[in-house]
Design a protein around this ligand. Sequence first.
Ligand code: BGC
Length: 415
Amino acid sequence: MKLTKILAASVALTISATSLAKAEPQAEVLHWWTSGGEAKSVAVLQKEFNARGGTWTDMPVAGGGGDAARTALRARVLSGNAPTAVQIKGLVIQEWYEEGALADISDVANEHNWGDVLPAEVARHMKCDDIWCAAPVNIHRVDWIWANAKVLAENGISMPTTWDEFNAAAKKLQAAGVIPLAHGGQAWQEATMFEAVALGVGGPEFYQKALVELDPAALTSNTMVKVFDQMRTLRGFVDDNFSGRDWNLATAMVINGEAGFQIMGDWAKGEFLAANKRPGIDFLCASVPGEGFIYNVDSFAMFKVDGRDKQEGQKLLAELIVGPSFQKAFNLNKGSIPARVDVPLDDFDQCAHLSAEDMAASAKVEALVPSYAHGMAIRSVQSGAITDVVTAHFNSDMSSADAVQMLAKAVANSL
Ligand code: BGC
């Protein structure tokens, strides 16, 4: 063999030996966290990953609620080039698992005792058959009202505790020339508001029957008619330019005092905090009038990929995501509370405390319900069918009676 060939062969051997010994963790991470508060939050994970020697390739797909991200993901998987780690949650995790696309992360989960540190309600969404197939980052609450404290004080309004109070407060703001309700006219935002109203007006048992069990009697009930009535009332409180507006721009309207209220999950708190606003002073939080708690757990699933570097990246990410330091730092920015039960909430604000207390109290009386609008309760086909009706009603003069009939039909056709 010529010397050059021998040298080349030995270099190749050395390289492959080194790469065998030390695969550098790599991760291409697909997520939809692009607003101010969201970007700050996901940066915490990137920082921890890089600090542990990982190389992070960011793949943000803008669009609140994640519809655009889910479309981008499907295109990537269909072209045989799945991202390493993907922000998916709830039933969508199960759907991808059934397609054989997800990696098993049970080794990491067992090594770090996820079974002991995650509430059963959260853990059940992270398991596919008997393996761990996703890592949870948080618990978001959906059924919140956010308000600008100064706007409310100036108009002699306190945080509403009944829907009648909410409607009266909104009318008062309207008369004073303030937009009562900041809303972004996108289907997922209407669905978010609808489920909060459904829980508030109907209560947890009704919510469970209608939006989790899809019971036809609940879907067409008088209670559901009242839910649509309240949606129609809310429609009267939004400004003329609501169509297509992003949720964080709606939050900005409350931040700058253009609007009084927003009904939105606590990712909105991430926007208030990113704008240096203080809870209880600059902005107020309260659960929507009524009983119960709608949860929405964000998580990452690891897709089946080739290459030891990517697989190492997946293990490292899974470990960090459920690690106590990330769970704290991330959730302080994100507006949610940690998914782990053993992260002290001392540094968290009053809204986070309220969330944790209400969640524990609701769990005891079967009033803790999964978000249909954010994929935790039912499959995409069924949730899509409901959202189509909700948004059609909100954006037309459809009566509540027609809406419930349409709702029951749409759900029946989707089963
Ligand atoms: C996610 C949140 C996100 C929000 C707006 C929700 O579906 O769970 O993490 O901030 O959408 O994009």
